[in-house]
Ligand binder design. Structure first.
Ligand code: TPP
Ligand code: DXP
Ligand code: MG
Length: 640
C-alpha cells in the first residue's frame, strides 16, 4: 500500500521494517523529513546536533540495506545516533533526549534492540562490531557487525588494534568511515591529512574508470556487481593503501549524502563473499541546517535553540567557566616559564587548552583522540625537563590508566594532570561522569591529588602544580562555571598536603574536598541553627592527606563527615584508613563518608544528580543528625 501523499513519509516509518517497504525513490524525501525532525527535536532539548545532521542519509541507507537489528549496527561515540533513534522506534520520546528520565544522548543497550552496544567514549565501534561478527560466525548464525566510525574517532589506537585483528570476521565485518573532516575541533595529525589526500585525489565524479579498472580486485560478487551496475562504478574505487594493508577492502570515497550512490555501494558490500570491508564515506558535519554548516564547530554540541535563527539559548554567565580559568592561568604562567606546555586529546575548547594555544601555539599539543598517547607523551616531555600539563576530562583519563601508573607514577615523573569534568556532568550521563579519578589516582604511590573548591582555588592549584617538580600531581575541577569568587591577581603556591579551615566550630566537622564546599557551608548554617556548632574544612588534598588537621578535628569533634564528588574508594576511604591506622575511631568518634553512590547514575541536571547522590546540603545535614542518633551499638535511636 503506498502512503497517502499528504502524510509525511516519516509518520509511516516507526522502525526499519517500515523503512524497507519504501521504494528507493522515496528515500530522499524521508531523509529530508528525518533531518527536519531532528533539528526540531534538538532545538527543544539541546544536545549533539552537527554529527547527526551529517549522517541522516547514511542512517537511512544503512537501515534500508542491512537487516537491523540482526545485523548489528554500532555507532562510534553514539553522539550522531539521533536520526537512528528516530527511525528505530523512539520518535515518540525524541524530545526527551538527555533530560532526566528521557532518552540517552548516546546509544544504550537497555533502550532498544537496535542499539546492540552502548557507546559514548570514542573508537570502540570496530572492536565491538568485530565481536558481534565473530560470535555470529562461531554460532553459525547470520548477522554482520557494522561499525560507523568518524574521522576523529579514527585517530585513536583502539581502531587500529581492532582492524589489525579483523581478518577472521571475513565479510561479516563492515566498517563505515564517516569522514566529515571534523572532530569536535578541526581534526589533527597525519591520518587526517592522509584521509584528506584520499578524498582530494579521488573526486566522486571521476571514479567510473578507476572503479572499472580496479573492480577486478574485489571479491567475486563485488566484481560481478561492479561490472553490472553503473551506480556502483560511479560510487567506488579501490586503493586506500593504509586500510588495504590492514586487510580491508577499501571502497570509496563516496558521497555520504547521495542516496543513489550509498544504496548500491552498501548493497554490493553486503553481498560480497570475502574479507572485511571499509567504506570511506564523505559527509558534511551540520549538513542541511545553515546555522550549523556555517558554525566553526558545526554545532557539535548545542544548547536549546531557535530553529529559525539557529540562536542558542544561553544563560548569562555569572562566573567564568572552570576550563577557561585553567587555560588562561596556565597561559599566563607560561609567559614567564618556557618549560610549561599543554596537551589535549581532541578537546581544545572543552579543556581550555585553546586559550593556552592562542598564547603559546608552539607549546600546545592537540594529539587527537589519543588519551593513552597524551599521557605517555607528557611523561616523555617531563623526563626531558619540561613541565607538561595533560588536560583531560576525568572520564577520558580512565582510558589511560596504565599509562598513568606505568609511565608516570612508577617513574615518579612530574606530569601535571588537569582533570576537567570532575564529578557529575549532567546531560551526558553515566559514561561521562567524572566519578572515579580520586579513587584511581589517590591509590597510586607518588601521586599528589588536589581538588579545587572554587575558581580561585583552581588558579592556586594550577600554579602549585607548575611549581611541583618532584613527581606527578593532579588537580580536579568540575564542568561549568565557577561560584563567582574573585580571581587572585597573584597565585599562591599551596603547601602540599595542607588543607584549610573555612569555618570553625566545636561539635561537627565537615571535611570537604572540591566544589561540594558550598553545600557543606550551607549544611553548616542549617546545623548551627539546630544548635550544632560546625567546622568546615576544605581539605584541598585527597593525597597526601592533611593528617594534622584531620587528627585535630577528629579528636575535638563528635561527628566527622567527609564530602566529595567522587566514588567510593576516594577521600572517605583514605580518611577512614588514616583514622583506623591511628586508632582515632577507638574512642567512639562518629565518622561518616558522603560520596557518590555505587551505581552508574543516568543523565539529569547536575543538581538533581547530586540530590540523588545524597550530596546536597539537606542530605549532609541528615547524615550528621543520623550519626548523632546512632548509639554506641550502631543502632539508630528515636528521632528527637
Ligand atoms: C575517549 C574519548 N575521548 C574524547 C571524546 C570526546 N569526543 C566526543 S565526539 C569527539 C569527536 C569525534 O569526531 P568524529 O569521530 O570525527 O565524529 P564527528 O563528531 O565528526 O561526527 C570527541 C573528541 C570521547 N567521546 N571519547
Ligand atoms: C560526545 C562527547 O563526548 C563530547 O561531545 C562531550 O559531550 C562534550 O562534553 P562537554 O559538553 O562537557 O564538553
Ligand atoms: Mg568527524
Amino acid at each position: 500500500m503506498s502512503p497517502n501523499p499528504a502524510t509525511p513519509l516519516l509518520d509511516t516509518v516507526d522502525t526499519p521494517h517500515d523503512l524497507r517497504k519504501l521504494a528507493p525513490a522515496q528515500l530522499r524525501q524521508l531523509a529530508d523529513e528525518l533531518r527536519a525532525e531532528m533539528i526540531a527535536a534538538v532545538g527543544q532539548t539541546g544536545g549533539h546536533l552537527g554529527s547527526g545532521l551529517g549522517v541522516v542519509e547514511l542512517t537511512v541507507a544503512l537501515h534500508y540495506v542491512f537487516n537491523t537489528p540482526d545485523d548489528r549496527l554500532v555507532w562510534d561515540v553514539g553522539h550522531q545516533a539521533y536520526p537512528h533513534k528516530i527511525i528505530t522506534g523512539r520518535r515518540d520520546r525524541i524530545r526527551t533526549l538527555r533530560q532526566g528520565g528521557g532518552l540517552s544522548g548516546f546509544t544504550k543497550r537497555s533502550e532498544s534492540e537496535y542499539d546492540p552496544f552502548g557507546t559514548a567514549h570514542s573508537s570502540t565501534s570496530i572492536s565491538a562490531a568485530l565481536g558481534f561478527a565473530i560470535a555470529n560466525k562461531l554460532a553459525g548464525t547470520p548477522g554482520k557487525g557494522i561499525a560507523v566510525i568518524g574521522d576523529g574517532a579514527m585517530s585513536a589506537g583502539m581502531a587500529y588494534e581492532a582492524m589489525n585483528n579483523a581478518e577472521a570476521a571475513g565479510n561479516r565485518l563492515i566498517v563505515i568511515l564517516n569522514d566529515n573532516d571534523m572532530s569536535i575541533a578541526p581534526p589533527v595529525g597525519g591520518l587526517s591529512a592522509y584521509l584528506a589526500r584520499l578524498v582530494s585525489s579521488r573526486p566522486f565524479l571521476e571514479l567510473r574508470e578507476l572503479a572499472r579498472r580496479l573492480s577486478r580486485k574485489l571479491p567475486e560478487p563485488l566484481h560481478r556487481a561492479a561490472k553490472k551496475t553503473d551506480e556502483f562504478a560511479r560510487g567506488m574505487a579501490m586503493g586506500g593503501t593504509l586500510f588495504e594493508e590492514l586487510g580491508f577492502y577499501y571502497v570509496g570515497p563516496i558521497d555520504g549524502h547521495n542516496l543513489d550512490q550509498l544504496i548500491p555501494v552498501l548493497e554490493n558490500v553486503r553481498d560480497a563473499a570475502e574479507g572485511p570491508c571499509l567504506i570511506h564515506v564523505v559527509t558534511q558535519k551540520g549538513k542541511g541546517y545553515v546555522p550549523a554548516e556555517q558554525a566553526a564547530d558545526k554545532y557539535h554540541g548545542v544548547q536549546k535553540f531557535d530553529v529559525v535563527t539557529g540562536q542558542q539559548v544561553k544563560a548569562a554567565a555569572t562566573a567564568p567557566a572552570y576550563q577557561n580559568v585553567f587555560g588562561e592561568t596556565l597561559a599566563k604562567l607560561a609567559d614567564t616559564d618556557p618549560t610549561i606546555c599543554a596537551i589535549t586529546a581532541a578537546m581544545p575548547s572543552g579543556t581550555g587548552v585553546d586559550k593556552f594555544a592562542k598564547a603559546h601555539p608552539d607549546r600546545s599539543f592537540d594529539v587527537g583522540i589519543a588519551e593513552q598517547h597524551a599521557v605517555t607523551f607528557a611523561a616523555g616531555l617531563a623526563a626531558q625537563g619540561m613541565r607538561p600539563f595533560c588536560a583531560i576530562y576525568s572520564t577520558f583519563l580512565q582510558r589511560a590508566f596504565d599509562q598513568v601508573v606505568h609511565d608516570v607514577a612508577i617513574q615518579n615523573l612530574p606530569v601535571r594532570f588537569a582533570i576537567d569534568r570532575a564529578g557529575l556532568v549532567g546531560a551526558d550521563g553515566a559514561t561521562h561522569a567524572g566519578s572515579f579519578d580520586i579513587t584511581y589516582l589517590a591509590t597510586l604511590p607518588n601521586l599528589v591529588v588536589m581538588a579545587a573548591a572554587d575558581e580561585a582555588e583552581l588558579v592556586h592549584m594550577t600554579y602549585t602544580a607548575a611549581c611541583h617538580d618532584s613527581g606527578p600531581i593532579a588537580f580536579r575541577y568540575p564542568r561549568g562555571n565557577g561560584v563567582g569568587v574573585p580571581l587572585p591577581e597573584v597565585p599562591q603556591q599551596l603547601e602540599i598536603g595542607k588543607g584549610r579551615i573555612v569555618r570553625e566550630g566545636t561539635k561537627v566537622a565537615l571535611l570537604s574536598l572540591g566544589t561540594r564546599l558550598a553545600e557543606a557551608l550551607k549544611a553548616a548554617d542549617a546545623l548551627e541553627a539546630k544548635g550544632l556548632s560546625t567546622t568546615v574544612a576544605d581539605l584541598r588534598f585527597a593525597k597526601p592527606l592533611d593528617t594534622d588537621l584531620i587528627r585535630r578535628l577528629m579528636t575535638t569533634h563528635d561527628v566527622v563527615v567527609t564530602v566529595e564528588e567522587g566514588s567510593i574508594g576516594g577521600l572517605g576511604a583514605h580518611v577512614l584508613t588514616m583514622a583506623s591506622d591511628e586508632g582515632l575511631t577507638d574512642a567512639g568518634l562518629k565518622i561518616r563518608t558522603l560520596r557518590l553512590p555505587d551505581v552508574f547514575q543516568d543523565h539529569d541536571s547536575p543538581d538533581k544528580q547530586y540530590d540523588a547522590a545524597g550530596l546536597n546540603a539537606p542530605q549532609i545535614v541528615e547524615c550528621v543528625l543520623k550519626a548523632l542518633r546512632h548509639n554506641s551499638a550502631g543502632v539508630e535511636e528515636a528521632r528527637a
